[in-house]
Design a protein around this ligand. Structure first.
Ligand SMILES: *Cc1c(COP(=O)(O)O)cnc(C)c1O
Length: 419
């Protein structure tokens, strides 16, 4: 099931007045749902000695949302400097932040080290000598290459630009230790939107094997393993949800088994973005045009600047029409935006109730990699973001972009140079 029945009940009764007050389009997020999923994750892993979710900031980089994550005790997985700065802006410091960059620049290392630093997660062995000052705690991202197949979305690890290769891993820890690192972690990220929990179990097992190997070779103790993000959500009504409880149970057992052999249990880190936030946001748009040519089209007041996933991944996002029964007379339509790209479609040949101009459409599961992935091609601007608080109030947490924002980089001091 996409969007939960509970979120639907909380939102739909007041959606018309919210849309009147703020104007469409907007993404709206559900604080209650975010907190329920957060608590569920914590409960699922409660039998491990130490578990922490590092919310993947790129999924939903809004300070009001990050504050909710921080309030639940979560850290932040950042893959760029702006994401890191946003996390620090809401008070995250040092080991609250995991900085997983790749192709990292010297300037990025400097910001990462400033202001209390972070957990630096290095993407390559060649970066060890490039870290300006080796921190006490260092982590490496591991790429197992042909040892794992990855899943369909993220692809084959051999073709992936990320991570330290299998044969370089020991050397990487050795080099970091020689430069003064004293504490160590191990990270990987191999799947995306995966609904089969076995993948994550295998990932945890794989990391534990590497931890043993690193200890045997170098006498280095890895204090945490980070199994990455990539936990999937059911975008389609017929998808079975990922069983996080089953996944956590098996991984917990594996950790206990590791402890029996090695004498300690490494901390378990997860950096989920989609699973945490995806189902707890929707994009609300209004039908503004109808077109009946070779196909029937419904034109809405948002476009792929608000949600890229259908266009770039062919992703399915479930759609409801406010106040209309999904089982009532249906006809296949393409739901389209106004960008000059024919892939600017939220749905293709979708069976929806009869839609008239002014109807409100709810596009599900936009809480992760929705607004944040939007772009400005064609001068199309990104919409506002709202938060439905647990107390029933609605808060504007990001205003919509304006034409002035869009032209801001055209305002500068003249600089003409004749080389
Ligand atoms: C994108 C990303 C994540 C989050 O992925 P989800 O699919 O949203 O869970 C976690 N870790 C890293 C390194 C990433 O790049």
């Amino acid at each position: 099931m996409p969007m939960s029945e509970a979120f639907r009940a909380r939102l739909f009764s007041k959606l018309e007045t919210v849309a009147d007050h703020y104007g469409t389009p907007f993404h709206i997020y559900d604080e209650t749902g975010l907190r329920e999923t957060g608590r569920y994750l914590i409960d699922a892993f409660s039998k491990t000695e130490s578990f922490r979710e590092y919310f993947a900031v790129k999924a939903l980089p809004n300070p009001r949302i990050l504050e909710i994550m921080k309030d639940m005790g979560f850290g932040f997985d950042c893959s760029s400097i702006p994401e890191l700065l946003l996390s620090r802006q809401i008070g995250a410091r040092s080991e609250d932040i995991m900085f997983t960059s790749n192709n990292t620049s010297p300037a990025e290392f400097l910001v990462a080290a400033a202001d209390g630093g972070c957990i630096l997660n290095l993407d390559d062995i060649s970066l060890v000598p490039k870290v300006p000052e080796m921190p006490e705690l260092i982590c490496f991202r591991y790429n197992p290459g042909p040892r794992r197949t990855g899943n369909d979305i993220i692809g084959n690890p051999i073709e992936s630009k990320y991570g330290v290769s299998h044969d370089q891993l020991i050397g990487a820890y050795e080099a970091a230790a020689q430069r003064g690192a004293k504490r160590f972690g191990l990270h990987t990220m191999l799947v995306s939107n995966e609904l089969n929990y076995e993948y994550m179990v295998q990932t945890a097992q794989m990391l534990m094997e590497q931890v043993e190997k690193i200890f045997k070779s170098l006498n280095i103790t890895i204090e945490f393993i980070n199994i990455g993000g990539g936990l999937g959500i059911p975008y389609k009504p017929e998808d079975d949800p990922l069983s996080v409880a089953a996944m956590a149970e098996v991984i917990t057992k594996e950790l206990k088994r590791f402890k029996e052999k090695q004498g300690y249990e490494p901390k378990l880190l997860l950096e989920s973005g989609r699973y945490m936030a995806g189902p707890h946001g929707v994009l609300v748009v209004k039908a503004i045009n109808h077109k009946d040519t070779y196909r029937k089209y419904i034109g809405v007041d948002a476009c792929m600047s608000s949600l890229m996933r259908p266009a770039i991944y062919g992703a399915y996002h479930h759609i409801d029409v406010l106040g209309k029964d999904a089982t009532s007379p249906v006809s296949p339509v393409d739901v389209v935006g106004s960008l000059c790209e024919n892939n600017d479609k939220f749905a293709i040949q979708r069976l929806l109730p009869e839609i008239i101009e002014g109807d409100i459409l709810i596009i599900h599961d936009t809480g992760a990699h929705g607004h944040s992935m939007g772009f400005n091609y064609n001068g199309r601007l990104r919409p506002k973001e709202l938060l439905l608080r647990t107390d029933g109030t609605v808060e504007l947490i990001r205003r919509e972009e304006t034409v002035e924002d869009h032209f801001a980089t055209l305002n500068f001091e003249p600089d003409v140079f004749k080389p």
